[in-house]
Write a protein that binds this ligand. Structure first.
Ligand code: C2E
Ligand code: MG
Ligand code: MG
Length: 735
């Protein structure tokens, strides 16, 4: 999976967790709110027309010294001994046309004892429609305030008391009105008795216009059926929660989670209609997010193809199909994709992956299973025909599929800048039931065959063989040991001298050696390639550069003049690393006080493919005064324009041409041309792997400048090379 799609997914998952958390909190809020009302320090009343008590909390009953149920249906005025206050209150509560909040002082006479001095704050609730107007009345004790009002100190106490009362009240009101969830009460006919602003919002009804309307009006016919199934239980006193679609007044559909909470026993006056608590949580976004998450869980967001998980499931389903058909499970990996990403950036890389996915989709049949497994790896599962035992025929079918795939991918609309890079792929495949009948062994086998193909012949496809698995395990072990070796410094450099035709020492190439305690000497061609397949190449490359520079300084300090030391660079060392390659070189030259010209860096032709940043890095290195050699010339892809653009000092003609110089006209022609070209571009030419006097004679005649090979010297250990340097020094002083 690409980094950006992984980030998207994490963000979505976080969002869903947050929504879930909010949802749970809101669901729990309803009983808490009821509790808050019940045990609030204030005396709280939901009053109907003329001050009739519809709901009241325990504090009111307590203050008046009557049982709570005795309050319902009574009028508050009954306990008000002051006729002036009664008048004022009734006047205000009767103003149905344009009710405004009311704040007044008010005395209540409990059943026993002294009258209570209270402050009343009344707020109109929903007042439109046929239903009677409702008021919330909050009464708070101001007896203490009255008693203390005379003294200065008392005023301060009063102020702080008032402030805390004010905050608790504001908090309560804010909670109900600002809650994102719809809160309300409905009667047994689902008529709304109360609704907070959020409930209005969800149902798209103007503020205050919900009262008296039936909740059922807002349910789709199917949702109504589901609702009616639980409604009986709610009326029988059980809390229920249900997720259903709801049709708001503006015609928009929402997915809501509805919690219905029956009144607790004792809250309802015998014979009166129960008020059921209603909480509506709009989960439309959550539902969409969950759908999206489900889609994400089974699809690759970049290409829309199935991902590994759904590939597994799809393959499982196919294998389970009756009929025992043979299946092809093919795993492919695009060649050079990493370079595209590094050179042209992720956007181009993503566009290329999408183009590949589209081409595969266009090519695939309806029953094929196609998946992208992240990065540049794709899987194809296809049903083959014929008997499952005829492995030869099945192999032929697989080959045909591969040919078609190559054709499909060769016509990709890749950008002009990528033109020199043909988009090929390496692949590995398994046949079911030949190689397995279960999902995991088949996918594993195809992956193993792919890594083998990538290793031995990139760009080709291999059928799975059991020996691959053993090899792969060995490779993994080797990789682990190499990791260890880099850390333990179980590595060393040897030095192969380079000479001119007269045998004069021109310099040396540092070559890496690894001697593993159990495996013995592992050839660099093997472990360097292994390191290149992982990020290990970065630490390995850094170690080689550092070690070569350290050794150069040691020789110089010992009075030995090294004309030049070449170090091999892997193409991957040009990838963005910390520190970048150029900075590593600058730091080493400084640290070991080396003249830049003594260091030569060997790059291969594969480095100079259009990899963004390489040209700049090579130019920066040349600007430092470091010399650059093109290694293994002739074995890779290089165009004259690229050679011309890069500030190269040396052309190293690959050993494969030198080897056949005496026997092959073609090899001679190639070498002659290469030498002419190098000369033409002002480069020094060097023949690699020179083994015979005959080869030397041909090369001398063709005008080659320098030689490296067993004819002159094998790679030498540090001490042996120091001795050679010493001998050269002695020779030159003798002359
Ligand atoms: P290369 O850079 O082309 O190195 C030359 C290889 O040819 C060396 O093999 C050397 O021992 C071998 N050679 C030299 N003269 C003769 C000859 O006359 N006959 C034959 N048959 N071979 C000769 P070596 O050391 O096994 O290295 C193989 C490759 O491994 C190198 O090829 C280079 O590509 C890579 N390598 C070695 N050391 C390093 C390193 O420090 N860093 C990186 N990135 N690659 C390295
Ligand atoms: Mg080399
Ligand atoms: Mg070479």
């Amino acid at each position: 999976m690409s980094a950006s799609s992984a980030e998207d997914r994490q963000r979505l998952e976080r969002e869903i967790r947050r929504l879930r958390h909010e949802l749970q909190q809101a669901v729990h809020a309803l009983p808490h709110l009821r509790q808050m009302v019940q045990f609030s320090g204030d005396l709280l009343i939901l009053a109907g027309a003329g001050g009739r008590i519809l709901e009241a909390n325990g504090r009111l009953a307590e203050a008046l010294g009557v049982p709570q149920h005795a309050l319902y249906g009574e009028r508050l005025q009954q306990w008000m001994p002051n006729p002036g206050q009664v008048r004022l209150l009734e006047e205000r509560l009767a103003a149905t046309a344009d009710p405004v909040p009311l704040r007044m002082e008010l005395d209540l006479q409990p059943l026993q004892g002294e009258p209570l001095a209270l402050e009343l704050e009344a707020h109109p609730l929903l007042q439109q429609g046929e239903g009677e107007p409702r008021w919330t009345l909050a009464l708070r004790d101001i007896g203490v305030r009255r008693q203390l009002a005379s003294s200065e100190a008392a005023r301060q106490v009063q102020a702080s008391l008032l402030a805390s009362l004010g905050t608790s009240e504001a908090r309560y009101r804010a909670l109900v009105s600002q809650l994102a969830d719809g809160l309300g009460q409905i009667d047994s006919g689902t008529r709304l008795l109360f609704a907070n602003p959020a409930l209005h919002r969800i149902l798209a009804v103007a503020d205050g216009e919900l009262q008296g309307r039936r909740l059922l009006e807002f349910l789709t016919p199917q949702a109504r059926g589901a609702f009616e199934q639980i409604w009986g239980a709610v009326l029988a006193g059980q809390e229920r929660r249900i997720t259903l679609p709801l049709l708001a007044a503006d015609g928009r559909a929402h997915q809501v989670e509805m919690t219905l909470q029956p009144p607790s026993p004792g809250e309802t006056e015998p014979g009166s209609a129960p008020a059921v608590g209603l909480m509506l949580r709009d989960v439309t976004d959550l539902t969409c997010a969950l759908d999206e998450l489900t889609a994400l869980a089974f699809h690759d967001p970049l290409t829309g193809l199935a991902n590994l998980e759904s590939c597994r499931r799809g393959l499982e389903g196919r294998l389970a199909q009756a009929g025992g058909h043979p299946w092809l499970v093919l795993w492919l990996d695009l060649d050079g994709f990493r370079r595209v990403n590094h050179s042209f950036g992720r956007e181009v890389g993503d566009a290329l992956l999408q183009a590949v996915a589209n081409a595969l989709r266009a090519w695939a049949g309806p029953s094929d299973l196609l998946a992208r497994l992240g990065g540049d790896e794709f899987v194809l599962v296809r049903e083959l025909s014929g008997p499952a035992e005829d492995s030869l025929a099945l192999g032929r079918q697989a080959e045909a599929v591969l040919r078609q795939l190559r054709a499909a991918l060769s016509q990709l609309p890749v950008g002009e800048e990528m033109a020199p890079m043909a988009l090929g792929f390496s692949a590995g495949y398994c046949l079911a039931p030949l190689h397995g009948q279960q999902v995991e062994p088949l996918l594993q086998g195809a992956a193993t065959a792919l890594s083998r193909a990538r290793e031995v012949a990139p760009g080709t496809a291999l059928a799975y063989e059991p020996t691959f698995t053993t090899r792969l395990r060995r490779e993994m072990e080797l990789e682990a040991r190499l990791h260890q070796a880099v850390g333990d410094r179980a590595l060393r450099l040897v030095y192969q001298p380079q000479f001119d035709g007269s045998g004069c020492l021109l310099g040396a190439e540092a070559l890496l050696r690894w001697n593993d305690p159990t495996l013995g000497a592992v050839p660099p061609a093997r472990f360097v390639a292994l390191a290149e397949r992982t990020t290990l190449i970065h630490s390995l490359g850094q170690w080689v550069l550092g070690e070569a520079c350290r050794q150069l300084r040691a020789w110089l300090d010992a009075g030995l003049q090294v004309p030049r030391l070449a170090v091999n660079l892997s193409p991957r060392q040009f990838e963005l690393t910390l520190p970048p390659l150029v900075d590593q070189v600058i730091a080493l030259l400084k640290r070991y006080r080396l003249p830049a010209g003594v260091l030569e860096l060997e790059i291969t032709e594969s480095c100079i493919l259009p990899v963004a940043g390489v040209t700049a890095a090579v130019q920066d290195l040349a600007a430092l005064g470091v010399r650059l050699a093109l290694d293994d010339f002739g074995t890779g892809y290089s165009s004259l324009s690229v050679l011309n653009r890069l500030p190269l000092h040396k052309l190293k003609i690959d050993r494969s041409f030198i080897q056949h110089l005496e026997t092959s006209d073609a090899a001679r022609t190639i070498v002659r041309t290469a030498l002419a070209m190098g000369r033409g571009l002002g480069m020094q030419t060097l023949a690699e792997g020179l083994e015979t006097a005959g080869q030397l004679a041909v090369l001398e005649a063709l005008g080659c400048d320098a030689y490296q090979g067993y004819w002159f010297s094998h790679p030498l250990e540090v001490e042996a090379f120091a001795a050679l340097l010493g001998a050269q020094l002695a020779g030159s002083t003798e002359k």
